[in-house]
Design a binder for this molecule. Structure first.
Ligand code: BES
Ligand code: ZN
Ligand code: ZN
Length: 495
């Protein structure tokens, strides 16, 4: 893994493979070292930039040879656009691009110049954003490659800040960045792993490996005894027994708020007897992304240890398979909270498993309940891969999550909790049924879940779209994204 560092060294103390000079507001970075470097290069940098008509647009890069005049083999001038348009998201993307450029040049040590005067962010936020960009951008999933390509990621990246007293604050941000990137990459790994390598009990083991939190696993006999018939029903067709996992972070001292988070953990969604077509099944190993996120978030919280905020993470893990023992369309079960559910489509399984866990979570009377789930194909159709759908019973909570997402570069779009469609989830033989009326599938799924959350302030996030990316993103390779981990941690840390 790349190590990030910060200093305020002099030019004579610096050497390495690649030097990054940012270009901002139509000029090379205003940094004392830049002037020295320009002198040493005897004007060749300026003349090359002129020759290639360099504008310094966001992401625009020019490679410059150092001709042995400074202690670096390569120099890249990196465009950051205009200060007033510069966001933390631009900086994450820049860091990821620099990470990749260093890889192409096989540069093992990278030095990047940074001056803080014009930037509106805290120094620690800068350190964090750069760190996230480097480590998330470098992520690769190679578990199944018989001959994984040798990593060309740089070993070290050093940010040279023009102002000595900010170095420590930058480093603090970098440390937070490490924690977050590791949590996101953990969630990405869990999603990318093939289904047979992460059956429910294995998911529980991953949760048990997390430090700084207390984790309890409820196995199949416990689930039966407790009346968690939603989870049991979903898992009935599989050779792997389902589980329910509770993770608990309890800070020392006075507690201001208790937040419960729940994630959908279907380790494979074949649709069950309401079998999915082959194409729709291809990506269904990642139907546990919500649960993977819970594990990642709890790992980050266990390290960041927010004061006064108690966090309870939960997930059901089950595999949805067709077999002689699978739940059948038309079957009715009694959920953990006593509500009877008619299962008309076994492919609408997430809400069955989540219902039990949501009603279990509210028994501890959390102040806020948030669930995230790859719940409906309808959400993917409506919002695509870049936006999660968000619905709930508390507008302030929804806005807090959307704002945390904006900060992290993760996008949400609110859908109405339209009570007008509530009749669509009423059943003629039981209290409710697990399919809606055909339209507004994301909303009717949320209305189903609403039967399990009591009066708690609740937000439901449908991550069917952004949990997986079918193409490379600025700092995420094609595959599982860990979308929601950083937003959730940001939300929890800002309470
Ligand atoms: N896991 C799927 C939702 C999904 C689809 C996630 C595509 C990611 C990409 C979920 O369990 C499901 O199959 N939902 C059904 C519900 C329907 C039967 C009411 C759907 O969306 O088709
Ligand atoms: Zn399904
Ligand atoms: Zn599913």
């Amino acid at each position: 893994m790349t190590t990030l560092n910060a200093s305020s060294k002099k030019l004579s103390q610096l050497k390495g493979d690649l030097l990054i000079i940012p270009y901002l507001d139509g000029a090379l970075l205003n940094h004392p070292l830049v002037k020295e470097i320009e002198q040493k290069l005897k004007g060749s940098m300026a003349s090359l930039l002129k020759k290639v008509e360099y504008k310094g647009k966001t992401g625009e890069q020019v490679n410059i040879t150092s001709q042995g005049l400074i202690n670096f083999d390569h120099i890249i001038v990196y465009g950051l656009g205009k200060t007033d348009k510069l966001s933390l998201e631009c900086l994450r993307r820049a860091a990821s691009n620099i990470q990749k450029a260093a890889g192409r040049l096989k540069a093992k040590s990278v030095t990047s110049l940074l001056s803080l005067a014009k930037l509106k962010f805290d120094t620690s936020e800068l350190g964090q954003a750069f760190c996230e960009g480097h480590l998330l951008g470098a992520y690769q999933f190679t578990k199944y490659k018989s001959k994984p390509e040798k990593t060309t990621a740089p070993q070290t990246v050093e940010y040279v800040i023009n102002d000595n007293k900010n170095v420590n604050s930058f480093k603090n941000g970098v440390n937070i960045g490490y924690i977050l990137a590791q949590a996101v990459n953990f969630s990405r790994d869990l999603g990318n792993i093939g289904s047979d390598d992460k059956p429910p009990v294995q998911m529980a083991k991953h949760a048990l490996s997390v430090k700084g939190v207390r984790t309890k696993v409820h196995y199949l006999p416990d689930l039966k005894r407790m009346g968690m018939n939603g989870i049991v029903s979903v898992g009935k067709g599989s050779i792997y027994p389902p589980v329910m996992v509770e993770m608990h972070y309890k800070p020392a001292g006075k507690i201001k708020q208790v937040i419960a988070i729940v994630g959908k953990g279907i380790t494979f969604d074949s649709g069950g007897l309401s079998l999915k077509p082959a194409k729709s099944m291809e990506g269904m190993k990642d139907d546990m992304s919500g649960a993977g996120n819970v594990i990642g978030i709890m790992q980050a919280i266990g390290q960041m240890k927010p004061k006064g905020i108690e966090v309870r993470g939960y997930f059901p893990a089950a595999e949805n398979m067709p077999s002689g023992s699978a739940i059948k369309p038309g079957d009715v079960y009694t959920a953990y909270n006593g509500v009877t559910v008619e299962v008309l489509n076994t492919d609408a399984e997430g809400r069955l498993a989540l219902g039990d866990v949501l009603s279990y979570a509210i028994e501890k009377k959390p102040d806020v309940l948030i669930d995230m789930a790859t719940l409906t194909g309808a959400c993917l159709v409506a919002l695509g891969e870049l936006y999660a759908g968000i619905l709930g019973t508390d507008q302030k909570l929804i806005e807090q999550i959307i704002a945390s997402g904006e900060y992290c570069g993760e996008k949400f779009w609110q859908l109405p909790m339209a009570e007008e469609y509530d009749d669509d989830v009423k059943s003629s033989v039981a209290d409710i049924k697990n399919v809606g009326g055909g339209y507004a599938g994301t909303i009717t799924a949320a209305l189903f879940l609403k039967r399990f959350v009591g009066n708690v302030k609740w937000a439901h996030i449908d991550i069917a779209g952004p949990s997986f990316s079918s193409k490379d993103l600025p700092y995420c390779q094609k595959g599982c994204t860990g979308f929601m981990v950083r937003t959730m941690v940001k939300y929890l840390m800002s309470l």
